[in-house]
Design a protein around this ligand. Structure first.
Ligand code: NAD
Length: 318
């Protein structure tokens, strides 16, 4: 049985092992697959594993050998799951593997905004401390979190984990979710979206990208926020209307933003956020600590094993 991994590099740049897959069939791993090589690389493989390489209706028509598609991610919008279903091909995803890593990243971004650790360390290495007339100096405003209010939009797994950490910092937690659930009430106070926007000093996005959430942060919602609010986005770039956020950062309405995701990835050179004031951007790394990728690998291998044992799990197009 041939197994082809079309774009394995981000999941395993060399610090993990593909042996779990290799034990299940004849494995070929490609770091990346350009669009014009997708069909030839799949060839007559029965098992196709993808992360972001698209598998379209045309792919399934041209590669009739495919019996199973495993997505190395939670989001599976790169696969035409209906077309796969019509051909009886199950598509699986990894529903959860990086909850704690993403919540940790929220605070990596937030603490960077509070203390600018990287910038201060660079200043020290440039000699600014050696030459300072005082025993200490700081080049940016410094900020304490305790006593402030964080508003979490999307109070699911990552949102709730973020709330747990937030409480340890002494933050008050407000939550907005389309579907409030009783278990989460202990971690934060559910409010309406408008209340959250008006009362939060920090807003962190954790809802999925749906047509209803695309651009949820825009000129109008920003206008409802406190002056000097901080925005954190570790969810999906298109949740934010980027030109509106850039304008709000430059005017100071939004004091700072910490973004791990942008609307088009990799980021385009003309993204207005690249030149906006006080905007920290990381290249979609929240999911990527080794522990979290190892968990993803284990689940992906188990998904394939379960399929081969005719007890499929994590099928998104059942
Ligand atoms: P989850 O499904 O557990 O939680 C999402 C929550 O959003 C749910 O409680 C849901 O009810 C709520 N929601 C749905 N529609 C909403 C709406 N219109 N308004 C407000 N809330 C709404 O998902 P999760 O595991 O917490 O992941 C959250 C998001 O994090 C994912 O959708 C994904 O986009 C993102 N993510 C990013 C990375 C990264 O590396 N940066 C990694 C993993 C996940």
């Amino acid at each position: 049985m041939k197994i082809v991994i079309l774009d394995g590099y981000t999941e395993n740049p060399g610090d993990l092992s593909w042996d779990g897959f290799a034990a299940l069939g004849e494995l070929t791993v490609y770091d990346r697959t350009p669009a014009d090589q997708i069909l030839s690389r799949i060839g007559d493989a029965e098992i196709v594993i993808t992360n972001k390489t698209p598998l379209t209706r045309e792919t399934f028509a041209a590669c009739p050998g495919i019996r199973y598609v495993g997505v190395l991610a939670t989001g599976y919008n790169v696969v035409d799951i209906e077309a796969a279903k019509e051909k009886g091909i199950p598509v699986t995803n990894i529903p959860t593997y990086g909850t704690t890593a993403v919540a940790q990243m929220v605070f990596a971004l937030l603490l960077e905004i509070c203390h600018h650790v990287g910038e201060h360390s660079e200043a020290v290495h440039r000699g600014e401390w050696t030459n300072s007339p005082d025993f200490c100096f700081w080049n940016t405003p410094l900020m304490e979190l305790a006593g402030k209010t964080i508003g979490v939009i999307g109070f699911g797994r990552i949102g709730q984990n973020t709330a747990q950490i937030a409480r340890a910092f002494g933050l008050q937690v407000l939550a907005y979710d389309e579907y409030p659930n009783d278990a989460a009430r202990a971690l934060g106070d559910y409010v309406t979206l408008d209340e959250l926007l008006a009362q939060s000093d920090i807003i962190s996005l954790h809802c999925p990208l749906f047509p209803s959430t695309e651009g949820i942060i825009n000129k109008d919602s920003i206008a409802k926020m406190k002056d000097g609010v901080i925005l954190i986005n570790t969810s999906r770039g298109p949740l934010v209307a980027e030109a509106d956020l850039a304008q709000a950062l430059n005017s100071g309405k939004v004091y700072a933003a910490g973004l791990d995701v942008v609307a088009t990835e990799p980021i385009r050179a003309d993204n207005p956020l690249l030149n906006a004031k006080n905007c920290i951007i990381t290249p979609h790394i929240a999911w990527a600590p080794k522990e979290s990728r190892a968990r993803l690998m284990d689940i992906a291998v188990n998904n394939l094993k379960a399929f081969l044992e005719q007890k499929p799990v994590n099928v998104v197009n059942a």
